[in-house]
Design a binder for this molecule. Structure first.
Ligand code: ADP
Ligand code: GLC
Length: 522
């Protein structure tokens, strides 16, 4: 028989406490989807009763963009190599919430980003467009990782779960395990020892690789530099370190969780991930509909919903055509893309298929992107060959990203791999059916249209599998044929996508479950 336990009312139960550490957070500093997730998941966790605080570096962009940034008066120092480096803590909140954000100030490391001079969060872009990682990235993120562990002590904010993200915070679980759990002060030692760690892998292609002579900079013993822990083909691998030392792992979609345990997608870490398969969960990211909703989006020429999608999108399309100096042709299909210009995103397929489409068909294409110089060149060449049909913008432009989601008829995302992808979920909500390669989160969130599933309102986009320009081209042609010849079906696909709920309602509860599981681990 079960023992009878006294029931503790939910409101009297101690709250789970979480530190969410990321190298970018929307509203403060952003290069991609990690920022969107870090800016919205902690809020969803807080709404579900988790006592959550977010930590990120105080970059220059964060200093410029953060609302109500205030000094806490708290400071600390950490050892980086042979030096003691000072850090101070600033405080803000996640936009539209009370969730505290602690920004770690270290001007030498973080007060340098400036788009006008090509300085980003992690990279410097030369005048010729080539990009190079900052030579002190290892040092910067060694500092950030240790600073997080110092900050929780000076703030006296001891979490049950330390949730870290990607390589930039991959060393946090290592420092916790190897250094802080042996803290010399007896008051702190058990507090550090009680913390559990979770790492989320947003993208296995970025691992944080540094040469082995940086080991003294990390301040960790050489014994950790071995095949099963920090070493990877002769280098130090921050992401591998996080995978090996975290109590649990997640990645950002169930399909990507499976894929990364294979050779094709594993980027050399498939063996390490396979060894931890029972600790790895795939959870699809959520959309922040406070920011990405065509009914309320302040950046659009017209707001619209599922019922007014045709008129609303027509106005947004006209504005987008004007923005890019394209002919105002309401019925010419307009294909849109917003993307980091990186190998992952399938730009070689886009350029190859675009040449065929533009030669044989009357279509318009608009692309907003920023990234590798060779893709800038390829896209610029395409625009020059077809100036009346192609618009490109090389910038990070939040407002234009929203306008493309709304003004395009279909959204292109033929990624070679895509851990989750947020843009396809945004385009579902904007009535802009995505045309995707069925990989990672794209496979988990877009339903390829067939006559049957269009009829039962479950089709939401168009998908192809083999990574080739021919297969991508065929998927675009299927979409164009429906758009032109069967507008009733097209509208059903648009509306089916708009009705879906990809908010954090689906996924935040899964994180809470993992946090609960972690907090009961010995
Ligand atoms: P990833 O994180 O791999 O770049 P996601 O689809 O998860 O891909 O997220 C990309 C995020 O970055 C989206 O919010 C998207 O709108 C934004 N984004 C990408 N490129 C640009 C750009 N050039 N200008 C503005 N926003 C961009
Ligand atoms: C990465 C991935 C992207 C994912 C994002 C947020 O940048 O490339 O697929 O959506 O992280 O998890």
């Amino acid at each position: 028989m079960l023992a009878l336990r006294a029931r503790v009312p939910a409101e009297d139960q101690p709250k789970l406490r979480c530190v969410y550490a990321a190298s970018e957070v929307a509203g403060f500093a952003k290069t991609g989807g990690l920022a969107d997730v870090a800016g919205s998941l902690p809020r969803a966790l807080a709404e579900r009763g988790v006592d959550c605080a977010v930590f990120l570096p105080l970059y220059r962009s964060a200093r410029l963009h953060a609302n109500s940034l205030e000094a806490t008066g708290q400071s600390f120092s950490v050892r980086v190599g042979a030096r003691e480096v000072a850090g101070t803590l600033f405080r803000s909140v996640l936009p539209g919430s009370q969730v505290p954000v602690f920004l770690i100030d270290q001007p030498d490391y973080f007060d340098r980003d400036d788009p006008t001079t090509g300085k980003g969060l992690y990279q410097l872009t030369s005048p010729d467009g080539t990009k190079a990682d900052y030579p002190d990235n290892c040092e910067r993120f060694v500092f950030f990782s240790k600073a997080i562990l110092e900050a929780i002590r000076v703030l006296d904010f001891w979490p049950d779960v330390l949730h870290v993200n990607d390589w930039q915070t991959g060393l946090v679980p290592v420092y916790l395990h190897e250094v802080y759990r042996q803290h010399p002060k007896t008051t702190f030692k058990p507090k550090y020892a009680a913390i559990k760690t979770l790492i989320t892998i947003h993208n296995l292609a970025y691992q944080g690789l540094f040469w082995h002579f940086d080991m003294p900079l990390l301040g960790l013993p050489w014994r950790l530099f071995n095949l099963d822990q920090l070493e990877f083909h002769g280098k130090i691998n921050f992401l591998k370190a996080g995978i090996v030392f975290s109590d649990l792992l997640t990645t950002v979609s169930p399909t990507y969780a499976k894929e990364i345990q294979t050779r094709y997608y594993g980027c050399g870490l498939e063996g390490v991930l396979l060894a931890r398969t029972s600790h790895l969960t795939g959870i699809v990211n959520g959309v922040d509909y406070a920011v990405w909703d065509p009914a309320t989006d302040p950046h659009l020429a017209a707001n619209y919903d599922e019922h007014t999608v045709m008129q609303g999108k027509a106005a947004c399309k006209k504005a987008l055509q004007e923005h890019f100096n394209l002919a105002h042709e309401p019925r010419t299909p307009l294909l849109g893309m917003v993307s980091r210009l990186a190998d992952q995103k399938g730009l070689d397929l886009v350029v190859a298929a675009a040449k065929w489409l533009l030669a044989e068909d009357n279509v318009q294409i608009v692309i907003l992107g920023e990234g590798e110089a060779r893709y800038h060149q390829m896209l610029e060449k395409l625009r020059q060959l077809h100036p009346a049909q192609v618009g490109v913008a090389f910038a990070l432009d939040e407002m234009l990203a929203h306008q493309i989601e709304a003004g395009a008829d279909a959204f292109l995302m033929p990624s070679q791999f895509e851990p989750c992808g947020l843009n396809q979920m945004y385009s579902l909500n904007y009535g802009t059916p995505p045309i995707v390669r069925a990989t990672g989160g794209l496979a988990d969130t877009v339903v390829d249209a067939t006559p049957e599933n269009v009829a039962d309102d479950t089709a939401t986009g168009f998908a192809f599998i083999p990574y080739s320009p021919e297969h991508f081209h065929a998927a675009v042609q299927r979409a164009l044929a429906m758009y032109r010849e069967r507008p009733g079906q097209w509208l059903r696909v648009q509306r089916a996508g708009m009705r879906q709920d990809w908010s954090w309602n689906r996924s935040a509860a899964e994180y809470v479950k993992l946090y609960e599981k972690l907090s009961t681990l010995p």
